[in-house]
Design a protein around this ligand. Structure first.
Ligand code: UDP
Ligand code: MN
Length: 333
């Protein structure tokens, strides 16, 4: 149905790479649904070009700029920046049903059957299984739900500081009310679970449909040698290698075979040493290394002052609480 879409979010170039691999994996498995990427203003133009070639829609969501309820909520809770951006997916009311997928997920087979489920369907979180993990969830866009979620965020915040806490507080009967809203774990298999319950993984892991690279280390933080097909500093125990593909290596294969050529083309030869494609320099040497985080645009202090006074503080960057606190400390000393 045209009214159904997979939705992801990338606020910067690194997560954009994840979104590219995710988009590619959905296409490779012949999804019939639309693909929508929500992106932040920070995402570089060439990355947007590549995303547009994979996704039906690439929507810029800058809630600091939006002048709506999310903007107001954000002013009160700057700590929940990315969370507010993720909740924005509920405003996609031109779609009747959507499946949200974190940019650090990748599909291993067609998962269009998820659209048979209702809001809010999700898989258990490996850390606290009475909570659902918000890396993959089925939802129904609605401005009413969106506003209620924002209100909850602003009033009570999030018990884990992110979207998963807020969503579990809002959809708080998920664990008990309706078992059909429990997605099987194979729709959101996190690498953590592999090691915490190895026998179960050996038994069921082969059926995995979605892999989630949950946690601090994301695939794009590693480096990869395309000649040897090895991800640096990563290897699976040999008994595991026999029961399932090495997901991290699979991510890198998709990235080097499909995404990198497109990025190279979008950036052209001149920009090889900037942001998103910093690794291109070492590709020539036969190896991809982990890219440096993208540099935020430099803003003069006068410009910053003006933005601050206009209510457009860079809460997540230069004007973050940590930075302000540091500045105050140095004044007091
Ligand atoms: N995200 C983003 N920019 C960020 C952090 C997060 O766009 O700086 C989005 C992205 O889609 C990501 C999701 O929010 O997959 C959730 O964050 P993450 O996957 O890092 O959390 P984890 O799954 O490791 O708890
Ligand atoms: Mn994630």
């Amino acid at each position: 149905m045209a009214g159904e879409a997979f939705v992801t979010l990338a606020t910067n170039d690194n997560y954009a790479k994840g979104a590219m691999v995710l988009g590619r994996s959905l296409r490779n498995h012949n999804t019939t649904k639309k693909l929508v990427a929500l992106i932040g203003l920070q995402v570089a133009e060439p990355c947007r070009t590549v995303l547009s070639s994979l996704y039906d829609e690439v929507c810029v969501v800058d809630i600091l700029d939006s002048g709506d309820a999310a903007h107001l909520a954000m002013m009160k809770r700057p700590d929940l920046g990315v969370t507010f951006t993720k909740l924005h997916c509920w405003t996609l009311t031109r779609y009747s049903k959507c499946v949200f997928m974190d940019a650090d997920t990748m599909v291993l087979s067609n998962i269009d059957e998820l659209f048979d489920r209702e809001e809010l369907s999700a898989a258990p979180d490996p850390g606290w299984p009475d909570c659902f993990n918000s890396g993959v969830f089925v939802f129904k866009p609605s401005n009413e739900t969106y506003n209620k979620l924002l209100a909850l965020c602003t009033e009570t915040g999030s018990f884990d500081g992110g979207d998963q806490g807020v969503l579990n507080s809002y959809f708080n009967t998920w664990a008990t009310a309706d078992i059909s809203k429990h997605l099987p774990f194979i729709y959101n298999l996190s690498s953590i679970a592999i090691y915490s319950y190895l026998p179960a993984f050996k038994q069921y892991g082969r059926d995995a449909k979605v892999v989630h690279f949950l946690g601090k280390m994301k695939p794009w933080n590693y480096s990869y040698n395309p000649q040897s097909g090895q991800v640096k500093g990563h290897s699976l125990p040999s008994d595991l290698r026999q029961v399932h593909p090495d997901y991290l290596t699979l991510w890198w294969e998709l990235y080097t075979n499909y995404v990198l050529p497109a990025l190279r083309q979008a950036y052209g030869q001149t920009a090889f040493n900037t942001g998103c494609v910093e690794e291109e320099v070492s590709v020539a040497a036969g190896e991809l290394s982990a890219p440096a985080p993208p540099h935020p645009p430099q803003v003069s202090s006068e410009e910053r002052k003006q933005r601050w006074e206009a209510g457009q503080a860079d809460y997540m960057g230069a004007d973050s609480f940590d930075n302000i606190e540091r500045k105050l400390d140095s004044f007091l000393k």
